[in-house]
Design a protein around this ligand. Structure first.
Ligand SMILES: Nc1nc2c(ncn2[C@@H]2O[C@H](COP(=O)(O)OP(=O)(O)O)[C@@H](O)[C@H]2O)c(=O)[nH]1
Ligand SMILES: [Mg+2]
Length: 272
Protein backbone atom coordinates (compact mmCIF):
# COMPACT_ATOMS: atom_id res chain seq x y z
CA UNK A 1 0.00 0.00 0.00
CA UNK A 2 1.46 3.30 -1.06
CA UNK A 3 1.72 6.55 0.76
CA UNK A 4 -0.43 9.28 -0.69
CA UNK A 5 0.65 12.80 -1.43
CA UNK A 6 -1.61 15.69 -0.58
CA UNK A 7 -2.86 15.82 -4.17
CA UNK A 8 -4.44 12.40 -3.74
CA UNK A 9 -6.56 13.45 -0.76
CA UNK A 10 -10.04 14.57 -1.64
CA UNK A 11 -12.23 17.02 0.23
CA UNK A 12 -14.64 14.15 1.03
CA UNK A 13 -12.00 12.11 2.82
CA UNK A 14 -12.02 11.82 6.58
CA UNK A 15 -8.60 13.16 7.49
CA UNK A 16 -7.21 12.19 10.89
CA UNK A 17 -3.83 13.50 12.06
CA UNK A 18 -1.71 11.84 14.71
CA UNK A 19 0.31 14.17 16.88
CA UNK A 20 2.17 13.64 20.17
CA UNK A 21 5.67 13.25 21.49
CA UNK A 22 8.24 10.99 19.84
CA UNK A 23 7.76 7.38 20.88
CA UNK A 24 4.17 7.92 22.01
CA UNK A 25 2.82 5.42 19.47
CA UNK A 26 1.59 7.53 16.52
CA UNK A 27 3.09 5.34 13.81
CA UNK A 28 2.11 2.13 15.59
CA UNK A 29 -1.49 3.40 15.75
CA UNK A 30 -1.60 4.04 12.00
CA UNK A 31 0.03 0.71 11.14
CA UNK A 32 -2.44 -1.12 13.40
CA UNK A 33 -5.50 0.71 12.06
CA UNK A 34 -4.47 0.16 8.44
CA UNK A 35 -3.03 -3.34 8.94
CA UNK A 36 0.17 -2.21 7.20
CA UNK A 37 3.73 -1.41 8.09
CA UNK A 38 3.75 1.75 6.06
CA UNK A 39 4.90 3.99 8.90
CA UNK A 40 8.34 3.45 10.38
CA UNK A 41 8.01 2.51 14.02
CA UNK A 42 10.77 3.73 16.29
CA UNK A 43 12.91 1.36 18.31
CA UNK A 44 14.69 4.08 20.21
CA UNK A 45 13.54 7.32 21.76
CA UNK A 46 14.89 9.21 18.79
CA UNK A 47 12.33 10.56 16.40
CA UNK A 48 11.65 8.17 13.56
CA UNK A 49 9.21 10.27 11.56
CA UNK A 50 11.11 12.96 9.72
CA UNK A 51 8.40 13.95 7.26
CA UNK A 52 4.64 14.15 7.08
CA UNK A 53 3.31 10.87 5.76
CA UNK A 54 -0.22 9.95 4.84
CA UNK A 55 -2.04 6.74 4.10
CA UNK A 56 -5.55 6.35 2.77
CA UNK A 57 -7.74 3.35 3.53
CA UNK A 58 -11.45 2.61 3.11
CA UNK A 59 -13.57 3.36 6.17
CA UNK A 60 -14.61 -0.14 7.29
CA UNK A 61 -18.29 -1.02 6.77
CA UNK A 62 -19.20 2.40 5.44
CA UNK A 63 -22.36 2.52 3.33
CA UNK A 64 -21.10 5.75 1.75
CA UNK A 65 -17.76 4.20 0.72
CA UNK A 66 -15.73 6.96 2.29
CA UNK A 67 -11.99 6.81 2.87
CA UNK A 68 -9.94 7.71 5.89
CA UNK A 69 -6.58 9.39 5.50
CA UNK A 70 -4.22 9.04 8.46
CA UNK A 71 -1.53 11.69 8.71
CA UNK A 72 1.67 10.85 10.62
CA UNK A 73 3.58 13.88 11.84
CA UNK A 74 7.01 14.55 13.33
CA UNK A 75 7.07 15.76 16.95
CA UNK A 76 8.30 18.88 18.65
CA UNK A 77 10.70 17.29 21.02
CA UNK A 78 13.87 16.87 19.13
CA UNK A 79 16.53 17.87 21.53
CA UNK A 80 19.27 16.61 19.20
CA UNK A 81 19.92 20.06 17.79
CA UNK A 82 21.11 20.97 21.28
CA UNK A 83 22.90 17.68 21.99
CA UNK A 84 25.89 17.89 24.28
CA UNK A 85 28.18 16.97 21.37
CA UNK A 86 26.48 19.52 19.15
CA UNK A 87 25.60 16.78 16.66
CA UNK A 88 22.12 17.03 15.22
CA UNK A 89 22.19 13.32 14.13
CA UNK A 90 19.95 14.14 11.20
CA UNK A 91 17.13 15.09 13.56
CA UNK A 92 14.75 17.89 12.74
CA UNK A 93 14.83 21.05 14.76
CA UNK A 94 11.52 22.20 16.23
CA UNK A 95 11.57 25.15 13.83
CA UNK A 96 11.78 22.76 10.89
CA UNK A 97 8.96 20.59 12.31
CA UNK A 98 6.71 23.64 12.58
CA UNK A 99 7.60 24.70 9.04
CA UNK A 100 6.69 21.26 7.73
CA UNK A 101 3.39 21.20 9.61
CA UNK A 102 2.62 24.75 8.46
CA UNK A 103 3.32 23.87 4.85
CA UNK A 104 1.20 20.73 4.92
CA UNK A 105 -1.66 22.28 6.88
CA UNK A 106 -1.59 25.44 4.76
CA UNK A 107 -1.63 23.57 1.48
CA UNK A 108 -4.32 21.15 2.58
CA UNK A 109 -6.54 24.02 3.77
CA UNK A 110 -6.10 25.77 0.41
CA UNK A 111 -7.25 22.50 -1.19
CA UNK A 112 -10.41 22.49 0.97
CA UNK A 113 -9.11 19.61 3.05
CA UNK A 114 -9.95 19.97 6.72
CA UNK A 115 -8.99 17.70 9.56
CA UNK A 116 -11.88 15.64 10.88
CA UNK A 117 -9.91 14.73 13.93
CA UNK A 118 -6.59 14.90 15.70
CA UNK A 119 -5.38 12.12 17.93
CA UNK A 120 -2.85 13.34 20.45
CA UNK A 121 -0.97 10.33 21.79
CA UNK A 122 0.59 10.15 25.23
CA UNK A 123 2.22 7.15 26.88
CA UNK A 124 0.48 6.14 30.08
CA UNK A 125 3.79 4.57 31.10
CA UNK A 126 5.48 7.98 31.43
CA UNK A 127 5.79 8.63 35.11
CA UNK A 128 6.14 12.35 34.90
CA UNK A 129 5.09 15.11 32.60
CA UNK A 130 8.12 17.31 32.10
CA UNK A 131 10.52 18.65 29.51
CA UNK A 132 9.78 17.48 25.98
CA UNK A 133 6.27 15.98 26.36
CA UNK A 134 5.12 19.10 28.18
CA UNK A 135 6.63 21.41 25.59
CA UNK A 136 5.18 19.29 22.78
CA UNK A 137 1.74 19.54 24.37
CA UNK A 138 2.04 23.31 24.77
CA UNK A 139 2.98 23.80 21.11
CA UNK A 140 0.21 21.44 20.05
CA UNK A 141 -2.40 23.51 21.92
CA UNK A 142 -1.12 26.67 20.27
CA UNK A 143 -1.36 25.33 16.75
CA UNK A 144 -4.79 23.72 17.20
CA UNK A 145 -6.43 26.73 18.86
CA UNK A 146 -9.64 26.88 20.88
CA UNK A 147 -12.06 26.50 17.95
CA UNK A 148 -10.65 23.15 16.82
CA UNK A 149 -10.11 21.68 20.28
CA UNK A 150 -13.41 19.72 20.14
CA UNK A 151 -11.83 17.73 17.30
CA UNK A 152 -9.02 16.47 19.51
CA UNK A 153 -8.96 13.10 21.21
CA UNK A 154 -6.26 12.88 23.84
CA UNK A 155 -5.34 9.22 23.62
CA UNK A 156 -3.33 7.42 26.24
CA UNK A 157 -1.22 4.63 24.75
CA UNK A 158 0.74 1.62 25.97
CA UNK A 159 -1.74 0.28 28.48
CA UNK A 160 -0.45 -3.09 29.62
CA UNK A 161 -2.65 -5.93 28.27
CA UNK A 162 -2.65 -7.88 31.55
CA UNK A 163 -1.65 -5.47 34.29
CA UNK A 164 -1.27 -6.35 37.95
CA UNK A 165 -3.62 -4.50 40.30
CA UNK A 166 -0.76 -2.23 41.36
CA UNK A 167 0.24 -1.47 37.77
CA UNK A 168 -3.36 -0.71 36.81
CA UNK A 169 -3.85 1.63 39.73
CA UNK A 170 -0.59 3.44 38.92
CA UNK A 171 -1.71 3.94 35.31
CA UNK A 172 -5.13 5.14 36.42
CA UNK A 173 -3.55 7.61 38.82
CA UNK A 174 -1.46 8.98 35.96
CA UNK A 175 -4.53 9.20 33.78
CA UNK A 176 -6.34 11.11 36.53
CA UNK A 177 -3.42 13.51 36.79
CA UNK A 178 -3.49 14.15 33.06
CA UNK A 179 -7.23 14.78 33.16
CA UNK A 180 -7.17 17.01 36.23
CA UNK A 181 -4.06 18.95 35.37
CA UNK A 182 -2.25 18.85 32.04
CA UNK A 183 -5.24 18.15 29.83
CA UNK A 184 -7.82 20.02 31.89
CA UNK A 185 -7.91 23.15 29.75
CA UNK A 186 -8.41 21.18 26.55
CA UNK A 187 -11.00 18.86 28.10
CA UNK A 188 -12.90 21.88 29.41
CA UNK A 189 -12.90 23.28 25.88
CA UNK A 190 -14.43 20.14 24.38
CA UNK A 191 -11.71 17.62 23.62
CA UNK A 192 -12.10 14.07 24.89
CA UNK A 193 -9.78 11.49 26.34
CA UNK A 194 -9.73 7.81 25.38
CA UNK A 195 -7.54 4.81 26.02
CA UNK A 196 -5.87 3.32 22.98
CA UNK A 197 -5.43 -0.40 23.65
CA UNK A 198 -2.98 -1.03 20.83
CA UNK A 199 -5.47 -3.05 18.76
CA UNK A 200 -7.26 -2.59 15.43
CA UNK A 201 -10.65 -2.38 17.17
CA UNK A 202 -9.41 0.16 19.67
CA UNK A 203 -7.89 2.33 16.93
CA UNK A 204 -11.13 2.41 14.95
CA UNK A 205 -13.21 3.06 18.06
CA UNK A 206 -11.28 6.34 18.37
CA UNK A 207 -11.93 7.16 14.71
CA UNK A 208 -15.63 6.36 15.26
CA UNK A 209 -15.66 8.91 18.06
CA UNK A 210 -14.78 11.63 15.54
CA UNK A 211 -17.39 10.42 13.09
CA UNK A 212 -20.05 10.50 15.77
CA UNK A 213 -19.19 13.80 17.42
CA UNK A 214 -17.02 16.03 15.27
CA UNK A 215 -17.30 18.11 12.17
CA UNK A 216 -14.15 19.07 10.26
CA UNK A 217 -12.72 22.33 11.57
CA UNK A 218 -9.79 24.48 10.60
CA UNK A 219 -6.91 24.78 13.01
CA UNK A 220 -5.76 28.08 14.39
CA UNK A 221 -2.48 27.74 12.48
CA UNK A 222 -4.40 27.33 9.21
CA UNK A 223 -6.53 30.40 9.91
CA UNK A 224 -3.51 32.48 10.83
CA UNK A 225 -1.40 31.42 7.85
CA UNK A 226 -4.04 31.41 5.11
CA UNK A 227 -7.00 33.59 6.16
CA UNK A 228 -4.95 36.17 8.04
CA UNK A 229 -1.78 35.78 5.92
CA UNK A 230 0.50 35.93 8.94
CA UNK A 231 4.12 34.89 8.64
CA UNK A 232 4.82 31.70 10.58
CA UNK A 233 6.82 33.42 13.30
CA UNK A 234 3.83 35.61 14.12
CA UNK A 235 1.41 32.72 14.61
CA UNK A 236 0.63 31.49 18.11
CA UNK A 237 2.63 28.32 17.53
CA UNK A 238 5.52 30.26 15.97
CA UNK A 239 5.59 32.62 18.93
CA UNK A 240 5.33 29.76 21.43
CA UNK A 241 8.38 28.18 19.82
CA UNK A 242 10.38 31.31 20.49
CA UNK A 243 9.04 31.62 24.03
CA UNK A 244 12.07 32.04 26.21
CA UNK A 245 10.50 30.18 29.15
CA UNK A 246 10.83 26.90 27.26
CA UNK A 247 14.43 27.55 26.36
CA UNK A 248 15.11 28.18 30.03
CA UNK A 249 13.31 25.01 31.10
CA UNK A 250 15.23 23.00 28.48
CA UNK A 251 18.44 24.53 29.74
CA UNK A 252 17.59 23.57 33.30
CA UNK A 253 16.76 20.00 32.25
CA UNK A 254 20.05 19.74 30.38
CA UNK A 255 21.91 21.18 33.26
CA UNK A 256 20.39 18.67 35.68
CA UNK A 257 21.20 15.85 33.29
CA UNK A 258 24.81 16.97 33.06
CA UNK A 259 25.04 17.28 36.80
CA UNK A 260 23.85 13.67 37.16
CA UNK A 261 26.41 12.53 34.60
CA UNK A 262 29.18 14.22 36.51
CA UNK A 263 28.13 12.36 39.68
CA UNK A 264 28.28 9.03 37.81
CA UNK A 265 31.66 9.91 36.37
CA UNK A 266 32.96 10.63 39.85
CA UNK A 267 31.53 7.35 41.16
CA UNK A 268 33.23 5.46 38.35
CA UNK A 269 36.49 7.23 38.96
CA UNK A 270 36.38 6.16 42.60
CA UNK A 271 35.51 2.52 41.88
CA UNK A 272 38.19 1.99 39.17
N1 LIG B 1 3.63 -1.94 24.40
C1 LIG B 1 3.30 -1.08 23.46
N2 LIG B 1 4.28 -0.57 22.70
C2 LIG B 1 3.94 0.32 21.74
C3 LIG B 1 2.59 0.74 21.53
N3 LIG B 1 2.58 1.67 20.56
C4 LIG B 1 3.86 1.82 20.17
N4 LIG B 1 4.68 1.00 20.88
C5 LIG B 1 6.15 0.92 20.76
O1 LIG B 1 6.69 2.19 21.15
C6 LIG B 1 7.73 2.57 20.29
C7 LIG B 1 7.41 3.91 19.63
O2 LIG B 1 6.25 3.79 18.83
P1 LIG B 1 6.05 4.66 17.51
O3 LIG B 1 4.74 4.25 16.92
O4 LIG B 1 7.24 4.58 16.63
O5 LIG B 1 5.95 6.12 18.14
P2 LIG B 1 5.90 7.53 17.39
O6 LIG B 1 7.26 8.13 17.52
O7 LIG B 1 4.88 8.33 18.15
O8 LIG B 1 5.49 7.27 15.97
C8 LIG B 1 7.88 1.44 19.28
O9 LIG B 1 8.92 0.60 19.73
C9 LIG B 1 6.55 0.73 19.33
O10 LIG B 1 6.67 -0.64 18.98
C10 LIG B 1 1.55 0.15 22.36
O11 LIG B 1 0.37 0.45 22.27
N5 LIG B 1 1.98 -0.75 23.30
MG1 LIG C 1 6.53 7.74 14.23
Amino acid sequence: MANFELDNISADDIVIALMGATGSGKSQFINTATKTNCMGVGHTLRSHTSSIQTIRVPLPNDSRNRSVVFVDTPSFNNTAARDSDGDADGELSDERVLEMLAEWLGRSYQNSIKLSGIIYTHRITDNRMAGSPLRNLHLFEQLVGVDAIPNVVLATTMWAPNPSAAQQSLSENREAQLVQRYWKAMLDQGSRTMRYRGTYESAWSIVDEFLAHSTPRKLLLQRELIDEKKPLHQTRAGMALQDVRWIVSDYRATDKHHRRLRVFERMLAVSV
